[in-house]
Design a protein. Sequence first.
Length: 171
Amino acid sequence: MHACTATVLGVTQTVGKNDNVDVTAPASVPSGGWFVVTLAPEPEMAPGNMGMFTVVDIRNVTQRITLVNATLKGLTLSGGSANVGTTSVTISGSVISVTVSGPIPGGASFTLPALALSLTAGVAGMPALVELTGHDLTFTTVVRSGTFAINAPTSCVPVPDPTILSSTDVT
């Protein structure tokens, strides 16, 4: 679950966004050990409206995933529905950003691509975490106001913040 906020023509809207992810991860791994965490987003719906505005589409969707007490060794991005457009991944330190270009039509069902992370466990006694934190989800919501299309930058915070997607005990 995310709380998403956008401002259009001086009107700020905050709405809840359900976005469930199926996660596969081992319960425990030795310090320095290699393991895989798979994040497979479930289908979701693009918003059909934002307050009094009709949503034309959403685009440039970026989801940031943070690693704690684990080091990324490799990743694979796969699947996703045809309407998400081009996909890409960037890595900056312990943050992995997955971006889909869209446009995803307002009210349409879509599925983001799955992400398989190959990780090395960190320090024993602390869990290795894959989590969502802060403004981890951003996108552009294109809305219609009369005959005009307006780009509304949208920023989302996980509820709760942070949201732990996986926790693997490091022994």
